[in-house]
Design a protein around this ligand. Structure first.
Ligand SMILES: [Zn+2]
Length: 261
């Protein structure tokens, strides 16, 4: 262990101190991540919309990985019926704003991460105002069609990558929309207008690990994008009853009302 850390320190990463080198050593040792990847993670600002079943695992893994700044947005408070799947919360958090409870957990996990919170509902006007070049990546961790739709339009317009997740019953899907690249399809190309996944767990039911897998995969896609190894136009679909992942290729629609111009 001491030897590993010494060899990392010998490699020198100007922005990483000794504690960070030790903390992140297991990912720094990965080829394609190394010190440069860790440095990129430290400089990154990720916006997470939704602090529920998707947002909890996604935020925990991104904070653990050393993303420099996370901004959390959610208007909800923690309820007892959230605890089976929203893994950042404890019984003592019931009644607290989710962004406040999640920030507390993330700061306990990694004090190096700067965390901003907004306890509010997101709409397109807020997104267009808030999304600027200081935000490198957005995670859509909501369960709401109108916010999903607004996020797709706003991120496409601002050319900011969007990692979208959804889960309901025994099914989930995840996609990275890398809007920095011209050939990237948007969610309307994939699903059509008015057809994006909309999941209300209180009506349809959900198992905790199913939504947890989706949030975890969102974090993985976010880290891959930061590493520069993400694949374009892929949709990942989970059938959790049979434990089968399918990977579907998407194509940009030349007539898409959102992204064709
Ligand atoms: Zn499109």
């Amino acid at each position: 262990m001491a030897h590993e850390t010494e060899s990392l320190m010998a490699m020198q990463a100007p922005s990483l101190n000794d504690e960070e080198l030790l903390r992140y050593s297991r990912q720094i040792f990965l080829k394609q991540w190394d010190l440069e990847g860790q440095d990129n993670a430290k400089k990154a600002h990720v916006l997470i919309i939704g602090a529920g079943g998707l947002g909890c695992p996604a935020a925990l893994y991104l904070a653990g990985a050393g993303i420099g700044k996370l901004t959390l947005v959610d208007d909800d408070v923690v309820e007892i019926s959230n605890l089976h799947r929203q893994i950042a919360y404890r019984e003592s958090d019931v009644g607290l704003p989710k962004v406040k409870a999640l920030k507390q957990q993330l700061q306990c996990l990694n004090h190096n991460v700067k965390i901003d919170t907004f306890q509010q509902r997101v709409d397109e006007a807020w997104l267009l105002d808030f999304l600027d070049t200081s935000i490198h990546l957005v995670l859509d961790c909501t369960d709401n069609f109108s916010i999903r739709s607004a996020l797709n339009r706003a991120c496409q317009r601002k050319k900011i990558p969007l990692v979208s997740g959804a889960a309901i019953r025994y099914q989930g899907q995840v996609a990275l929309y890398d809007f920095t690249r011209a050939e990237q399809a948007c969610a309307v190309c994939l699903y059509g207008e008015g057809e994006m996944p909309d999941a209300y767990c209180h009506e349809a039911g959900i198992l905790g690990p199913v939504v947890g897998l989706m949030g975890t995969q969102q974090a993985l896609l976010a880290l891959q994008w930061l590493q520069g190894i993400s694949r374009l136009n892929q949709l990942y679909v989970l059938d959790a009853q049979r434990l089968i992942w399918r990977q579907l290729s998407a194509k940009k629609d030349s007539q898409c009302p959102v992204c064709s111009q």
